[in-house]
Design a protein around this ligand. Structure first.
Ligand code: PRP
Ligand code: URA
Length: 209
């Protein structure tokens, strides 16, 4: 079973509290999400393999460590996942970015696919899927399935806020995928929104409500 890493660093928790607040506007919401994504990137990449290479400093030759292994790919689930991309890309400038578009059907709350554009070599990369919200888990589960259909074998999922129900759904469908999350909230309401959550992440990022 994939591991669940709850990243409860004080900086992340403080910024998440600001994001949750109803009076936080779109500009601050976007900035905070980008900052949290940057901080989460630090933890998500902690296990990247390293190798020693020979370099020369102004003083002498020496061995020093660099990241090795598979190239990385970041895949946001549209729309809200877009808010996390810059935080990751700023830290991993050589990564490629794919996009998966899913929206939740307003009646069934199940995800509906409307877009998929992935790098041609996506199957050779270690993929980090980003989406701030893990509610029923349907969107993340389907996005990971789509990536596996494109040949991806090494996938991590990074979310901001989730509930146990969503985590369980992803774990059952994809036991090989580690989940990184900043907060596991209490429950889903009748509209499948996370309680207490932070509302509709896409609407708060893009000001569409
Ligand atoms: C939100 C969110 C996730 C999904 C989570 O997207 O960004 O992708 O809901 O819910 P789930 O775990 O129950 O699938 P939404 O469908 O609202 O689309 P949007 O990002 O375009 O607003
Ligand atoms: N999508 C959101 O944006 N927020 C929720 O609480 C659940 C799904």
């Amino acid at each position: 079973m994939g591991q669940v890493h709850v990243i409860d660093h004080p900086l992340i928790q403080h910024k998440l509290t600001l994001m949750r607040q109803v009076e936080t506007g779109a500009k601050d919401f976007r900035e905070l999400l980008k900052e949290i994504a940057t901080l989460m990137c630090y933890e998500v990449t902690r296990d990247l393999p390293m190798e020693e290479i020979e370099i020369e400093t102004p003083i002498c030759k020496c061995k020093s460590r660099v990241i090795t292994g598979k190239k990385l790919g970041i895949v946001p689930i549209l729309r809200a996942g877009l808010g996390m991309v810059d935080g990751f890309v700023n830290m991993i400038p050589t990564c490629k970015v794919g996009h998966i578009g899913l929206y939740r059907d307003p009646v069934t709350h199940e995800p509906v696919e409307y877009y998929c554009k992935l790098p041609p070599d996506v199957g050779d990369r270690e993929i980090i899927v980003v989406d701030p919200m893990l509610a029923t888990g349907g969107s993340s589960t389907d996005a990971i399935t789509m990536l596996k259909e494109h040949g991806c074998k090494y996938i991590k999922l990074v979310c901001l806020v989730g509930v146990q129900e969503g985590i369980k759904r992803v774990q059952e469908a994809h036991p090989d995928v580690d989940i990184y999350i900043a907060a596991v909230d209490e429950y889903l309401n009748e509209n499948k929104y996370i309680v207490p959550g932070l509302g509709d992440a896409g609407d708060r990022i893009f000001g569409t409500k």
